[in-house]
Design a protein around this ligand. Sequence first.
Ligand code: ZN
Length: 342
Amino acid sequence: MIDQGQAWQAVKRRDRAFDGRFVTGVMSTGIYCRPSCAARHPLRENVRFFADGQSARAAGLRPCKRCLPDDVGRDEAAVMAAVDEIRRAEDAPTLAVLAQITGYSPTHFQKVFKRATGLSPAAYARALREERAREALSAGYSVTGAIYEAGYSSPSRFYDDTKGKLGMTASDWKDGGKGRTVHWSVIDTSLGSMLVAATEQGVCCLSFNEDEGDLARRFPEAELVEAGEEFRDLFRQVTAAVENPGQATLASIPLDVKGTAFQQRVWQALREIPAGETRSYGELAAALGNPKASRAVGGANGANNIAVLIPCHRVIAADGSLGGYAYGTQIKAELLEREKSR
Ligand SMILES: [Zn+2]
């Protein structure tokens, strides 16, 4: 049985990684929950932890109708079966098909899948195909060859899928962003000098105490120009997000990210950590459905070009200490402090 203090911390964080490892019995209401249940937290003095649903029921408790604590194993099996099907299928299977395979209703299955992977089944299928296309490209296929190799029915389908999300076409990936224009500016903030850069599609870089030279190292083939009037509004929004990190405006700032499907999942998971909260690499890996992937998660975190807007500062060391940060721990500590006191 898990340590009580650790269990209570997991409940307070609504940590999905602990689902299936114990259940939270609420003696005052007679109900037991998953550690991650979205319902309002009970008072600590009313809580008793049980190893599983069976022992909670033996103590006279009923399963919560909201988090369905007895379905953890079934949910995991359903997600694995769906991932298998998506990987195997020629065309991305519809939600209805996946629901039928797993025995859930489409809406419920969508929720279960998203909770486990951070993406809807359709977005997962798209990300998988994009990753395959990129792998084929780096293996030396032509752009068109890579597109078919990855399972797209036509090049236009590929461009439709990737447009807007990544802001870069397949040929850009192959030659390191050649032919692309990156507009940059260095702005004074209360955290120090901030380098911000964007393409027409969105912000592609945010860093501290860096200059044009650092930008050139990140985008070696792109054309770098000082940002003009047309980027003023966007950069003003970015500055506001840095001065008040964790505000709702974050989601409205378009990003132009360049990364593998796995990296994008990690970045998405980072954006889902509520402002004012932190996670360890291990917890993040578990939230992505693969507790053993914490080193890979660390690598994806480090490959992130966009500080603050993809909040990699919310990842701390497993022992609860601050851990490292690309732009120095002082900035990291300040960002977390601002989010906490928001
Ligand atoms: Zn519950």
